[in-house]
Design a protein around this ligand. Structure first.
Ligand code: ADP
Ligand code: ZN
Length: 752
């Protein structure tokens, strides 16, 4: 037999098949070890084809051995990888690597755990750690120290094999730590089940409301026909999850499998329990807090057909399921579905392609669909399903807007406006709970006037300018223009120009001052470092151990907490002024999602939104729960300003340690690219003004990890010529790969 193998080296020079002699039982999709290159170095590779004859004349080498006794890739995954290579302009191995757990490569995890260990919880962690240090503060045994920290931070059992995967040669250190009693041996086990410790009661399908039933029927019919792409617009609390679960049950009944994608941030234990309660052990969960061993075991349960439902974040779209009948993408508007590393795929587009390859049905769901998806739905490429009422006819929460300019004028310079203070007071008096939401991202970076709310924007680009502390200037992240910061506001003439930042901690302090008897929990990047901290904070809050939960984005999404009657949005403007043409859309989405956390059981929800821009359409329309109104407004704005989907941004990033040559390389790339684009337009008889603008300069983050960064940003009008221009851009980039050229992205999530 002969096998066509692609080697596991991500380089365009080896992005092709090599033929090897193979044993008879070799299968497509298997990983193998092959001798490669002049030195016959042993390299891992993927078998992508087999044949029993060979036409060539070159003497062939033989496969050394298969890595696993089964094919790790399905045929469909191989086809999917080919599509990814095409669509995202990467080498095939980059795409294939997405399909398998990283730990599998290099043979770093074993199938059976022989021995597992964990930290000894009886001993005080700080004391143990300091006992491990010498007088000068360095560890007595660096390796033991490292192992202990790894175990302490992971907060769970790890097999010795997994530990050695992280810390080579850790075996002796583990023995020493066991002897000292700092860690304990747990014993033998063959499957790492990340959830073994929690018993989840089984739930039955609920009797659906009329709107849920209508949505389910449409999806079920499409599944029968092996087709369909749906956008489910369901307001917060309309019961989307129940629709997903009953559609999944249908997929299983039909003998198929299903994937549910959720944003990493909303992959809360609460959400996982809902699915595990319904589908038990046939659910596999993939998320970033699993240990490498757990991840591998979950992957293997899926590959070997033991798990039929996969719940996970972005990368779960590649789960090795066969016969996929349904892919659900919850919160489809979330930007976390776009990957930030090569290949920069979009999980929704991948899901769409996978459904096509499998004859599966695609179901996107959101309370605030992205403008892009909703536009597709209005044009008929998605079928729109609507659930515009909350379950049990609960009313949507009442949203009040607190004008912080008035508060400032009235002498209130604190964090809480009078309406928010009053709402909190009433809430606590009644013994109810509140959530305070503080959007951190972008908060301290925009420049505004506290007197009138004026925000400085770029004259060219109409996005907010960003404050640069070192130079004391403000800068546009799109076109690079710079302005000094004036002393007085150009709008109202008052000297209240500010770029102040507050964080969740300040909110907590203010709360303690205003309401000394009230207990609160804080959920942000600082308080959620360990694996179970999410779960423990949320479950303590659910049990009523605290009256207030203060948090960042993490508290905005997906929480179903019946005790919460008040939600306070501390600074709604923060997301409004992120320098991005999507800031309006993101603000509307975020406000709607946060507001949706209030009054989910009793319908007594009250939301107070604090803002310096009370008339901003994103804020006004979110306060009225008016998605359609917002969509109409936003799409008109995009059309007028020629923002996507009416145009396309392309960004090419260059990174290098030497500044001079970098600028030269980026500059000549820009010249060549410009010519390629103009040529591509001309060839189609198009006006070269379809290239709306193109700049080449320093990236907003000029230097990262010692490397200088420059980028080319260009904007194209969306016309029937655009596809050919994109081809030209890709092919120019392919022909001009260099050590400077780093990445090329269409409509990137950010341009930092
Ligand atoms: P969404 O995801 O649309 O915001 P959820 O799926 O969280 O809404 O549902 C909101 C609440 O309504 C949940 O507590 C859920 O258990 C409940 N629920 C959903 N469907 C039904 C139903 N058909 N009958 C009764 N309660 C339901
Ligand atoms: Zn600009």
């Amino acid at each position: 037999m002969f096998a066509q193998v692609i080697v596991d080296i991500a380089h365009s020079s080896v992005d092709r098949l090599f033929t090897y002699r193979a044993d008879d039982n070799i299968a497509v999709g298997q990983r193998v070890l092959v001798p490669f290159g002049a030195g016959n170095k042993a390299i891992e590779g993927f078998v992508l084809g087999v044949s029993d004859s060979y036409e060539g004349t070159v003497a062939l080498k033989s496969i050394i051995r298969p890595m696993e006794p089964y094919a790790v890739l399905t045929d469909e995954q191989i086809r999917l990888a080919q599509w990814i290579k095409q669509s995202y302009n990467c080498v095939l191995v980059d795409a294939l690597r997405l399909m398998i757990p990283a730990q599998l490569r290099g043979g770093r995890v074993k199938e059976k755990t022989i021995r597992t260990v964990k930290v000894n919880a009886e001993m005080d962690r700080e004391q143990v750690l300091s006992a491990m240090l010498k007088k000068d503060g360095t560890p007595k045994s660096p390796r033991q120290h490292e192992v202990y920290i790894l175990l302490a931070e992971s907060g769970m059992e790890m097999s010795t094999g997994d530990i050695c995967a992280f810390i080579p040669g850790a075996a002796a250190a583990i023995r020493a730590l066991l002897q000292k009693g700092y860690i304990l041996e747990i014993g033998r086990e063959t499957y790492r089940n990340p959830y073994a410790s929690r018993d989840i009661p089984k739930t039955m399908p609920m009797l659906l409301s009329a709107q849920q039933q209508a949505a389910l029927n449409a999806v079920s019919d499409a599944m029968e026909e092996a087709e369909g792409e749906f956008l489910l617009h369901g307001v917060t609390g309309s019961g989307k999850t129940e629709v997903y679960m009953q559609a999944i049950a249908k997929a299983l009944d039909m003998g198929g499998t299903a994937i549910v994608l959720v944003p990493e941030i909303s992959l809360t234990p609460q959400a996982m329990d809902r699915f595990r309660g319904r589908f038990g052990n046939s659910v596999a969960v993939l998320h970033s807090r699993l240990s490498p061993g757990e991840r591998y075991d979950e992957w293997r349960r899926i590959r070997l057909g033991k798990a039929k439902v996969v719940l996970g974040a972005r990368s779960a779209v590649f789960a090795p399921l066969e016969n996929i009948k349904l892919i659900v993408v919850d919160e489809e508007h979330e930007q976390s579905y776009s990957s930030e590393i090569t290949p920069r795929y979009n999980a929704i587009e991948v899901a769409r392609q996978r459904c096509r390859l499998n004859g599966g049905t695609l179901l996107l769901g959101s309370a605030t669909p992205s403008v892009q998806s909703y536009l597709r739905a209005t044009k008929g490429s998605y079928t729109l399903l609507e659930m515009l009422d909350r379950i049990n006819s609960l009313p949507m929460p009442r949203v009040e807007i607190a004008d912080m300019r008035d508060e400032f004028a009235a002498g209130n310079t604190g964090i809480f406006s009078a309406p928010l203070y009053d709402a909190l007071k009433t809430c606590f008096d009644k013994g109810e709970q509140a959530i305070l939401f503080m959007n951190r991202r972008g908060y301290s970076t925009f420049v505004s006037c506290r007197g009138c709310g004026y925000v400085f924007k770029c004259d060219n680009c109409d996005v907010s300018m960003t404050y640069h502390k070192l130079e004391n200037t403000m800068k546009c992240h799109y076109c690079g223009s710079v302005k000094p910061i004036p002393k007085v506001c150009p709008e109202c003439g008052k000297p209240y120009i500010k770029f102040f930042g507050i964080g969740t901690q300040q909110v907590e302090e203010q709360l303690n001052q205003s309401f000394p008897d009230v207990t609160c929990l804080r959920m942000d990047a600082d308080t959620t470092r360990t694996k179970d901290s999410h779960y423990s904070i949320l479950s303590r809050f659910a049990k009523g151990e605290a009256q207030v939960l203060i948090g960042t984005q993490m508290v905005a999404k997906g929480l179903d907490m019946p005790g919460v009657s008040v939600v306070g949005v501390i600074a709604a403007d923060a997301s409004l002024h992120i320098p991005d043409y999507r800031s309006c859309e993101r603000s509307f989405q975020l406000l709607t999602q946060v507001a949706g956390r209030a009054g989910r059981a009793a319908g007594n929800g009250r939301v107070i939104v604090q803002t310096y821009n009370p008339d901003h359409p994103a804020i006004v329309l979110a306060s009225r729960h008016d998605y359609k109104g917002f969509f109409d407004y936003e799409i008109a704005m995009r059309k007028a300003a020629l923002f996507p989907p009416y145009s396309l941004f392309i960004r090419v990033l260059f990174v290098h340690g030497d500044k001079g040559p970098l600028a030269e390389a980026a500059g000549s790339f820009a010249d060549g690219l410009h010519k390629a684009i103009v040529d591509a337009l001309k060839q189609q008889g198009a006006d070269d003004r379809e290239l709306l603008f193109m700049t080449c300069g320093e990236a907003p983050i000029k230097r990262k990890q010692g490397q200088y960064r420059m980028h080319i940003v260009l904007k194209l009008a969306r016309t029937k010529h655009t596809a050919k221009v994109i081809d030209a851009v890709y092919s120019y980039a392919n022909d001009h790969r260099s050590e400077y050229y780093c990445s090329l992205e269409l409509n990137p999530n950010d341009m930092l």
